[in-house]
Design a protein around this ligand. Structure first.
Ligand code: DGL
Length: 283
């Protein structure tokens, strides 16, 4: 039965759990397979080509598990690979992430918005196109925040070190007059309470995860693929890193009750991918 197949989510690590949280809340009957490429995290400092290669591998893994839709729950992977994924797997619907510049540019009163993401996301064409389409007449100030990814991977979202890193990266944006801060990396919503505490109530922190989950629901509905079941769906987590470490961070980020009963497995896929070598190399 097509509608009973799982929804796939992929990320370099635990960042996509911020999207998973919303998918669970909005689409509780769906089974979900979440794959974290913690053997290669972080993606942000890597080349677009390498991130694309990793992302195609993750998508292939989810498709082999019969995913009916794949949420690329990683801005970096979306920037590097969304176009290629749609070319390679035309029968699979993909929902990707792009920095939520549009609502921020619409809401700003000061005319200055901040966007934080990874280095690779800022280098991609997707980011340039989002700014070109949605930020006309608005000043956009960017900052890459690689240590925020590492803090989330460590489950450290509210420590003194987290606050210090946030102050160092984001106070210059506040001083430049931003009143909107776009979280352009799925690891960052876990730092949102600390970010909000540092920036104060004058800056709106824009987290797109709920909108992405809504979009996934719309795509499933349009294709007649929503799971009609009443029972809660099952989540299977795969990591290319360490299973025990993943479970610990899952507890820190989504809560101990979620982590305790979680089905966490080691992901293995074969290195070297013939179909990938034949993939179109253009973005
Ligand atoms: N969670 C990712 C993103 O949304 C990638 C972070 C990383 O691996 O550098 O950009």
């Amino acid at each position: 039965q097509a509608r009973a197949r799982p929804v796939g989510l992929l990320d370099s690590g635990v960042g996509g759990l911020s999207v998973l949280r919303e998918v669970r809340a909005q689409l509780p009957a769906e089974d979900v397979i979440y794959v974290a490429d913690q053997g290669h995290v972080p993606y942000g400092p890597r080349s677009i080509e390498q991130v694309r290669e990793f992302t195609v591998k993750l998508a292939r893994f989810l498709i082999a598990q019969d995913a009916k839709l794949i949420v690329v729950a990683c801005n970096t992977a979306s920037a590097a690979a969304l176009y290629t994924l749609r070319e390679l797997f035309p029968d699979v619907p993909f929902v990707g992430m792009e920095p939520a510049v549009k609502p921020a540019a619409h809401e700003t009163q000061t005319g200055t918005i901040g966007v934080i993401a990874t280095e690779a996301t800022f280098q991609g064409e997707l980011y340039a196109s989002v700014v070109g389409r949605f930020a006309q007449g608005v000043e956009v100030i960017t900052a890459a925040c690689p240590e925020f990814v590492l803090l989330a991977e460590a489950g450290e979202t509210d420590s003194p070190a987290a606050h210090e890193a946030i102050r160092r990266r984001l106070l210059p944006l506040a001083e430049a007059g931003i009143d909107q801060l776009v979280l352009g990396c799925t690891h960052f919503p876990f730092l949102k309470p600390a970010i909000q505490a540092v920036l104060g109530p004058g800056v709106t922190v824009v987290d797109p995860s709920a909108a992405v989950a809504r979009q996934a629901g719309r795509v499933l509905e349009a294709r007649g693929l929503l799971n009609p079941g009443a029972r809660p769906g099952h989540v299977t987590y795969y990591t290319s890193g360490e299973v025990a470490a993943f479970r610990r961070v899952l507890g820190a980020l989504l809560g101990e009750p979620v982590a305790r009963g979680a089905d966490v497995r080691a992901a293995c896929w074969t290195e070297g991918d013939a179909a990938l070598a034949a993939a179109p190399s253009a973005l």
